[in-house]
Design a protein. Structure first.
Length: 428
């Protein structure tokens, strides 16, 4: 089967509102896709049965569009920090806690703060480790696992395996590649944590029950997945040190592929291990949220047509909606800078564009200052990527090539991991 160009792999993404799935051929081309809304199956986004039904529906659309016998591997991503306690057969034993659900028990949070190294991603009320401390007292608990782990278990029957990316906020050490000893000092039971494999590593062949349910061959393998954020990065096609991806959504997020791990917790900066490289990034409070404070989407389009992106406005803005910044400046009291305001709205919008582009440039320089590679290229995702004037301003400020995004589907990034796992397992 090696080098089989007719082979297919499947990537599955579960997000806060629904599930998406793609089928991909070995050259990275997507040949089928499917989607399902969580609301179609459950009124509660914390309902794991709803998660599974949405995944099954999205995957079903893909399977109807391809020859199922060609599928070699499947991989799944989930929302980072979403966790649930399960029995040995995978039955949920309590309502899951989502990625943004905080643990309120101060004793648990203090225990983590006292023993976790400062660079660990396990700090904070929404961390995976805080949720382990909360869930470990549930009667008959077998493991406390991540959303992606639980969904993958439906294909293998294994509910005790995770990946290095989902495990990061649960305290996993991606440098030493193990659950560190300090975790037990917090009172957490290490025996309840899953085995951790590298993202993209083969996990197991599909169970007989899942193969029959989906009409797949019994040699299909499940590949260790990742978080939805990492999957979105991989989907763009970025694959070399220095490749950056900027997400221009409600907020600005920058990520770069690095040949070394970067950690700066004061900036909210952590690194996920991807193969032999590291995905490092940070999130600013600037972005589309600032634009929306002043202009409608229609007005932005109208004003953008009047902007000359080649000439600088001369205004020095730091666009924020309120005081406080996370990255590239860590200052909870940093004041927005949006004055003086020109009488011409097009000039005001241009200055905001320039200000956000300046923050983006500073963010990438910050990553370099922490030991990351020099930025070599940028791919852009999110609504802001479609604004030509803003893109031209960013290109002028950042001074690196802007490359085409291969896909904005997180499921495509997970499919890329499935390709890697299939090749490692020798089924592709």
């Amino acid at each position: 089967m090696s080098g089989d160009q007719n082979a297919l792999v499947v990537g599955i993404d579960i997000g806060t509102s629904g599930a998406r799935s793609v089928a991909m051929v070995p050259d990275g081309t997507i040949v089928a896709s499917g989607a399902a809304k969580l609301a179609a199956f459950s009124d509660d986004h914390r309902d794991p049965v709803g998660w599974w039904k949405a995944v099954r529906a999205a995957l079903g659309e893909v399977l109807e569009a391809v020859d199922r016998r060609r599928i070699r591997a499947i991989s799944i991503d989930g929302t980072s920090g979403t966790m649930l306690p399960v029995s040995a057969d995978g039955a949920p034993l309590a309502t899951p806690m989502m990625y943004n659900d905080p643990v309120s028990d101060r004793t648990m949070l203090d225990a983590i703060a006292a023993h976790a190294p400062k660079e660990s991603a396990a700090h904070g009320a929404t961390s995976g480790l805080a949720k382990v401390l909360l869930f470990q007292s549930v009667p008959d608990v077998f493991r406390v696992i991540h959303q992606a782990d639980w969904l993958a278990g439906h294909f293998t029957g294994l509910y005790d395996v995770s990946d290095e990316n989902n495990a990061l906020k649960t305290g996993y050490d991606p440098v030493a590649r193990c659950w560190p000893e300090w975790i037990s000092l917090t009172g957490a039971r290490i025996d309840l944590l899953p085995e951790v494999l590298p993202a993209g590593a083969p996990v197991a062949t599909i169970s007989a029950a899942a193969a029959e349910a989906f009409g797949l061959t019994p040699d299909v393998i499940l590949v260790a997945g990742t978080t939805d954020g990492c999957a979105s990065f991989l989907a763009t096609g970025a694959d070399r040190p220095g490749d950056g991806v900027s997400a221009l959504g409600t907020t600005l997020t920058v990520k770069v592929l690095s040949d070394r791990a970067l950690f700066a917790p004061e900036y909210g900066l952590y690194s996920h291990r991807i193969g032999d490289m590291w995905l490092a990034g940070g999130a600013s409070n600037t972005g589309g949220v600032v634009l929306a404070e002043y202009f409608s989407a229609e007005r932005i389009d109208e004003l953008s047509a009047r902007i000359d992106p080649a000439v600088d406005s001369g205004l020095d803005y730091y666009p924020l909606t309120k005081p406080g910044e996370r990255f590239p400046i860590a200052d909870p009291n940093l004041e927005p800078r949006l004055t003086p305001r020109p009488e011409d709205d097009a000039m005001f919008l241009k200055a905001i564009f320039e200000g956000i582009a300046g923050i983006e440039s500073l963010a990438y320089h910050r990553l370099t200052s922490f030991g990351g590679p020099k930025l070599g290229s940028i791919r852009t995702v999110g609504g802001g990527a479609r604004n030509a004037a803003w893109s031209a301003i960013r290109a002028r400020k950042l001074g690196v090539p802007f490359l085409t995004v291969r896909s904005e589907e997180a499921a495509a990034g997970t499919a890329r991991l499935a390709l890697a796992g299939a090749r490692q397992a020798g089924v592709l």
